[in-house]
Write a protein that binds this ligand. Structure first.
Ligand code: GLU
Length: 319
């Protein structure tokens, strides 16, 4: 049954070939939307020109097609909310910055430490730490002096309060915004907009109603919710899925890279086997068996999904 009110999205960064962890997050996002008869959107998150490549964007589109993870709107098929490529949406991010500036919630920051990391989604364990507020109280005169030496980044003035929301998988999540996260970068000193800003502006303007993604972005959700509220948007629902780790419990994004979709395909893995493996490991299915996407829609459930990391036997994947 179609339900135009439900809108979900895939938001890959075209900085490499998809690995099993990316496939798992996309599968969950897709199944959740399809189960409700909603619309799926593909948006390329290619903000950082030093990391994003067109060839990876093309490959993501090919890989999604091979997997059968369909979408109604995206860079290759268009849609009412085009463009679906962040590089072409910078004016929207500038408008949002302007709005925050008018509310006096934005200040120039001349600190360079970790600044450059801000454009990427800060996956778990990569948090740059709470900003100590060095540039928060600079006078206009001081700002002028510093601006002669360096282009500033722009930071959001984080409110000093708690934010809580109900995650579809992890339940109630609360964060003290100032002491646990602090003021965060919205535009880097090289003019590139930060992930936290772009993802909110895009999900809001594309009228996304549910965001399903890896649990490494769970703590970012508070920052994003504050931006939704400040910019006058309604925040979507959020559902985070457990991360894939090796048998030793270590995150393996690097090791997974050597087991990207190209490798898995060349080792003979078929989508039905991958779905069976992922639904089994994530707790949604009692035994590992071949599963079609159609069947997976029936099986998908937030109630049975695990919250702890999913341990995957890499050797078995390498077969
Ligand atoms: N583009 C981000 C990434 O690939 C995902 C952002 C999101 O789903 O909010 O890590």
């Amino acid at each position: 049954m179609e339900n135009k009110e439900i809108r979900g999205r895939f938001a890959p960064s075209p900085s490499g070939r998809m690995h099993l962890g990316n496939v798992w997050a996309m599968l969950a996002a897709w199944l959740s939307v399809r189960k409700q008869g909603g619309t799926m959107v593909l948006r390329m998150e290619d903000l950082d020109p030093s990391r994003s490549k067109q060839i990876f964007a093309d490959q993501i589109i090919e890989d999604l097609a091979w997997l059968g993870l369909t979408y109604e709107e995206g860079p290759d098929c268009g849609g009412d909310y085009a463009p679906y490529v962040q590089d072409q949406r910078r004016h929207y991010y500038e408008n949002a910055l302007q709005q925050l500036k008018e509310q006096e919630l934005l200040y120039p920051c001349y600190c360079s430490r970790k600044d450059l990391a801000a454009v990427r989604a800060p996956h778990r364990g990569e948090n740059a730490g709470v900003y100590p507020g060095f540039c928060r109280g600079l006078s206009v005169g001081e700002q002028k002096i510093r601006a002669e030496k360096k282009n500033p980044g722009y930071r959001f003035l984080m409110p000093n309060r708690e934010d809580c929301f109900l995650d579809l998988n992890y339940g109630e999540q609360c964060q003290q915004l100032q002491s646990e996260t602090g003021d965060f970068i919205l535009r880097r000193s090289d003019g590139i907009h930060a992930y936290q800003l772009a993802v909110v502006v895009d999900d809001a303007l594309m009228e996304i109603t549910e965001v399903v993604r890896g649990a490494d972005l769970l703590s970012s959700t508070h920052r994003q919710r504050v931006l939704y509220e400040t910019l006058g948007y309604t925040a979507p629902k959020f559902g985070h899925v457990p991360l894939l780790v090796g048998r030793d419990g270590r995150r393996m994004s690097k090791r997974f890279q050597s087991l990207d979709l190209g490798q898995l395909k060349s080792k003979g893995w078929k989508p039905e086997e991958l779905w069976g493996l992922l639904l089994f490991e994530s707790g949604m299915m009692g035994k590992k068996e071949l599963v079609s996407l159609e069947e997976a829609i029936g099986i998908f459930s937030w109630e049975t999904m695990k919250t702890e990391d999913l341990k995957i036997d890499l050797e078995r994947l390498e077969r």
